[in-house]
Design a protein around this ligand. Structure first.
Ligand code: HEC
Length: 202
């Protein structure tokens, strides 16, 4: 009887550990929504894997040099990152976050160049959730840390990412540790490959 009791206690502990471990993983990497379907800003995104920063990026030719500077920092949860390296696509329920941060020169001992400041201009999310979104992906734009409504699929976010992003509607051509994986695994977007071939011929 006594050994049965001990076995039960051990089995209970194992189940609890598995549940805790599973729930912990979910908290870190899965998108969270509030009761009205708005996306909740992941609180710990600065602890995720850093993919890259674009600086003063513009998508139109000949646009003037900006008089203020902005870095775009891109983050993704570690589990999703590791999965992309193995498969060349994002696992379901991946969140990618883009943080716009003000850049400044002449800070502290820096006489040249730009550094990132404490001022966040905006945060946008790109979320893969195939059970929830038609087409599998959705964009969100956050106002501070308030939950964000989904950006309608008619917005240019969707068409630019679909046409020009290198893999799985994400701009892997600008994420230097991911492009080799997508290239090797053959998951590059055909329209991106065609675009690259055209720009090489020019
Ligand atoms: C004209 C093309 C274009 C449009 C329109 C566009 N993006 Fe992007 N987006 C980019 C590029 C280029 C990057 C890579 C940024 C970098 O390297 O810093 C990017 C990256 C992102 C990322 C990081 C994850 C990823 O998918 O690579 C998010 C999040 C994002 N954009 C959100 C948005 C949202 C929200 C909108 C619409 C309000 C939008 N984008 C519209 C070109 C575009």
């Amino acid at each position: 009887m006594r050994s049965l009791y001990i076995l039960n206690v051990i089995a209970g502990a194992v189940v609890a550990l598995v549940l805790l471990g599973g729930a912990g993983e979910l908290d870190v990497s899965a998108p969270q929504y509030d009761a009205s379907g708005k996306m909740v800003l992941p609180a710990d995104y600065r602890e995720w894997v850093f993919l890259s920063s674009g600086l003063d990026m513009s998508y139109s030719e000949g646009s003037a040099a900006p008089d203020h500077h902005m870095f775009n920092n891109v983050f993704v949860p570690r589990a999703a990152y590791e999965s992309f390296l193995k498969t060349g696509v994002w696992p379901d329920r991946t969140v990618l976050l883009l943080e716009g941060r003000v850049g400044a020169g002449n800070v502290s001992i820096a006489k040249r160049g730009l550094v990132q400041t404490g001022e966040v201009m905006g945060i946008e999310a790109h979320v893969k959730d195939t059970a929830r979104f038609q087409g599998g992906w959705a964009f969100f734009g956050f106002d501070g840390d308030k939950p964000a409504e989904m950006i309608p699929t008619t917005a240019s976010c969707y068409s630019c990412h679909q046409q020009h992003a290198a893999a799985d509607t994400t701009f892997v051509q600008f994420y230097p540790t991911l492009l080799p994986a997508a290239t090797k695994l053959g998951t590059l977007n055909p329209s991106y490959v065609a675009e690259e071939a055209r720009s090489v011929r020019k």
